[in-house]
Design a protein around this ligand. Sequence first.
Ligand code: SAM
Ligand code: MD0
Ligand code: SF4
Length: 368
Amino acid sequence: MDHTLSNLDRILQKAGTRSLTRKDVEYLLKIDTSDQLELLFEAARHLRDRYFGKKIFLYGFVYFSTFCRNDCAFCYYRRSNDRSYRYRKSADEVIAAAERLAESGVHLIDLTSGEDPLMYQDDNCHSFLIDLIEGVKKHTGLSIMVSPGVVADDVLQAFVSAGADWYACYQETYNRELFRNLRLHQDYDLRYITKKQALNRGLLVEEGILCGVGETVSDLAFSFEMMKELGAHQVRVMSFVPQQGTPMEGRSTPSRLNELKIIAVLRLLFPDRLIPASLDVDGITGLRSRIEAGANVVTSIIPPSLGLAGVAQSKKDIDAGFRTVQGVLPELDRMGLRAASREDYAAWVLAERGKLRYRSGKIAGVCQ
Ligand code: SAM
Ligand code: MD0
Ligand code: SF4
């Protein structure tokens, strides 16, 4: 065994019991031989199995409005892209899609939108989404995630009261300069603080970063530290996919090895948190490698033929029916994994939300 391999062994043995240093993390992100990579992925799977066994969670995705007031450089749905596919689904359409997803066996419904200017009218009140949360909860009984972008604190409270469990909002990077170039004209601190407010309101939070957008290894390591400090319950990475009609259209998409290494490192750093394998980057063919890198949630499951879009891959595999529970289960089976039960997922959410309430109760000086 050569010297490099033993340094890797040392770091992997430490993971799961003690914290990794920034130097360890940067070392892991730079490994590139197939032997080293296999050791990294194996360690990540091992930790995932320790906390979650052979059970994988499945998330249904409903992009209910693709209108947006923002102009993110990477996003197909940015305000100034007049070539993007825009729609607003009615509440009935969303509920029907959510019911279909629920029947197919997903554990959660993710209600996502652009920062639709309509929702910021009437005092920023987001009443359409608030009613939607209630409707979807009533018709499916599933956990609900909302991903509507930045919203006011009282809107977060209304999401909780309506039955939401999760708030997803990705910083993309914790390098402020890079953030400015990606999320043009947006407030870095406000985006971060909104997640803190969501946690204080008792919502679970998903945080995420993009890779292949000009970040360095030390930017990544710093982002992981900030994600830890935030206290996110689900942490994700997605490879940048160039979009027609955007300023980043001509950029190339990064090697998927980077995303896989990041998934594995996230698992080492956040062994008991949820980590997605998104179908939104490479469709169903990209599932196996992400799960084998340590992910434990399949996201972006979309019912076919309803005119619903993905984000980074607006159409890929959707109408072919591959981004479905039916499409995913045989893949999981081939990896010796299976879908968790509805009860398993609900219990995880309940326990984590309980810890949050206890935490905010303590902060407020109230014993619960
Ligand atoms: N509008 C809300 C927001 O931006 O928070 C919700 C949409 S959010 C689910 C869209 C996320 O998809 C972005 O935060 C980004 O991480 C990811 N995404 C968007 N465009 C992408 C692209 N071209 N390649 C990879 N990921 C992308
Ligand atoms: C996904 N396309 O899971 C979805 C989206 C929003 N909460 C999630 C980025 O990949
Ligand atoms: Fe709008 Fe979200 Fe796309 Fe940014 S990433 S342009 S906020 S939909």
